[in-house]
Design a protein around this ligand. Structure first.
Ligand SMILES: NC(=O)c1ccc[n+]([C@@H]2O[C@H](COP(=O)([O-])OP(=O)(O)OC[C@H]3O[C@@H](n4cnc5c(N)ncnc54)[C@H](O)[C@@H]3O)[C@@H](O)[C@H]2O)c1
Length: 423
């Protein structure tokens, strides 16, 4: 089975843009498509809006044949398509698959036959068949004969430079056996290791299994962190010591709460599907509740610290250090910073934040601008709260500007100062 030559990547965000570059870098003729005009204009001008993608790599791949469009008609003749559009939750915390549906409809309208279409967006088990397959069949395609449909979970980890996209094993599953063969042919020139599974639904389940595992373990350690702090035990030291066990233990770390487009969302796709099947599962909801309570826990720890130092929250000057949901990225989706800032403001604190990756932030309708920590500024803030451990933070400088530093990420682990308190 020969691999397709020209592919389209639909949705050029944190997942789709790096993926399109990677396919271009590995010899494919790639058309990147997004409905966001501003994004496409930027890319056509050689400007990346994703931290992990440099302008120079972008222009290198443009020379290799990578092009960008907002028009589905431009991808009519491709022989492979990767769908990387958002899959958020709606207001009732149920899956919102409207972007996948809209994309499938646009694709089924323009694509010709003998094309391989792979969904990479995170979805509930069965969604590829329910949405993508049904849409193509409604348009007269014969799946497994003239269109080959599958699912491959995206495992990219923004901000993590330890692995290239190609080095992360790629799980792939086809809707039919022939679809599976075609999907493997599409990915094999790019990825070092393919992990074929029996069906698209199994591949969808793999992604939810991975992220549910992570979410539940983070919730467990978050809960244990609240117990440890009450017992005056250093959770970070305990985790480090437990990690010396060579088997049967894997470290997870507490924090101010989950963020991003994956962990706070993906497990709820699985619990939604389970409920739809009449199953009463509890782990995911419990983990979700524990993780969502962490911003409140952070604020109550800070309130206690201030009280112990003879002050109270109203009119206190608070510096939030890091607003994005994880280190060294600009993504603020679902960031716990929103809740922490909101809760402190509600209690009357004067809150400011610093984050070199996030110039502006709107919390509960209030606009905030990231401030720069000046070298010569001393004790401007009653308390600083580290929510994100960006590499670029100069902690010594930050220590000069705060009376108390509350570190939810343990990035101060090597520093000795009586100003420092940890989650
Ligand atoms: N961000 C991550 O770290 C990560 C990791 C693994 C998996 N995922 C999954 O990958 C998917 C994409 O996530 P993301 O973070 O890249 O999202 P994103 O919001 O960064 O990018 C999605 C892009 O899709 C575009 N889009 C929306 N509707 C479209 C349409 N009909 N046609 C063409 N383009 C359209 C948007 O304009 C946007 O640019 C989600 O399902 C997510 O759960 C994300």
């Amino acid at each position: 089975m020969s691999a397709p030559n020209q592919i389209a990547v639909i949705g050029l965000g944190y997942v789709g843009l790096p993926l399109s570059l990677s396919f271009a870098d590995n010899g494919y003729d790639v058309i990147g498509l997004d409905i966001d005009d501003t994004r496409i204009e930027k890319l056509q001008q050689g400007t990346s809006y994703i931290d992990d993608v440099s302008d120079s790599y972008l222009s290198e791949q443009t020379k290799n044949g990578l092009s960008f469009t907002t028009d589905y008609a431009d991808i009519a003749d491709v022989d492979g398509v990767l769908i990387c559009v958002p899959t958020p939750l709606d207001k009732t915390l149920s899956p919102d698959v409207s972007y996948v549906t809209a994309t499938s409809e646009s694709l089924a309208e323009v694509l010709s036959t003998d094309v391989t279409v792979v969904l990479e967006s995170t979805v509930y088990p069965g969604a590829t068949e329910e949405i993508v397959v049904n849409t193509f069949e409604d348009r007269g395609f014969n799946v497994g004969n003239d269109v080959f449909i599958g699912y491959s979970p995206e495992r990219i980890d923004p901000g993590n430079n330890d692995y290239t996209i190609e080095e992360i094993p790629k799980v792939v599953g086809g809707v039919t056996e022939e679809c599976g063969v075609r999907v493997e042919a599409l990915y094999s020139p790019v990825f070092d290791d393919l992990v074929p599974v029996d069906s698209s639904a199994e591949a969808e389940f793999v992604k939810l299994l991975e992220n549910t595992f992570r979410t539940v373990n983070i919730a467990l350690v978050n809960e244990l962190a609240t117990v440890a702090s009450t017992l005056d035990i250093d959770i970070w030291g305990a985790i480090e010591a437990a990690s010396t066990k060579p088997f049967g233990y894997m470290p997870f770390y507490p924090g101010p709460g989950l963020g991003g487009h994956c962990l706070p969302i993906d497990p709820l796709y699985l619990s939604w599907k389970a409920k739809e099947q009449g199953l009463d599962i509890e782990f995911i909801e419990l983990a979700n509740n524990v993780n969502r309570q962490m911003p409140e826990h952070v604020v109550s720890r800070v309130v206690n610290l201030l009280n112990n130092h003879g002050s109270a929250v109203p009119d206190t000057n608070v510096l939030i250090i890091g607003a994005s949901y994880k280190a060294d990225v600009a993504d603020v989706r679902e960031s716990p910073a929103f809740d922490v800032i909101g809760l402190l403001s509600e209690r009357g604190a004067n809150v400011q934040y610093t984050d070199p990756h996030v110039p502006n932030l709107t919390v509960d309708g209030c606009e905030y601008e990231s401030i720069e920590i000046q070298k010569d500024s001393v004790d401007q803030f009653d308390v600083g709260i580290i929510l994100t451990g960006h590499d670029s933070f100069d902690i010594d400088q930050i220590l000069n500007t705060v009376d108390i530093l509350f570190d939810t990420r343990n990035i101060t682990q090597d520093l000795e100062s009586d100003k420092i308190y940890r989650l």
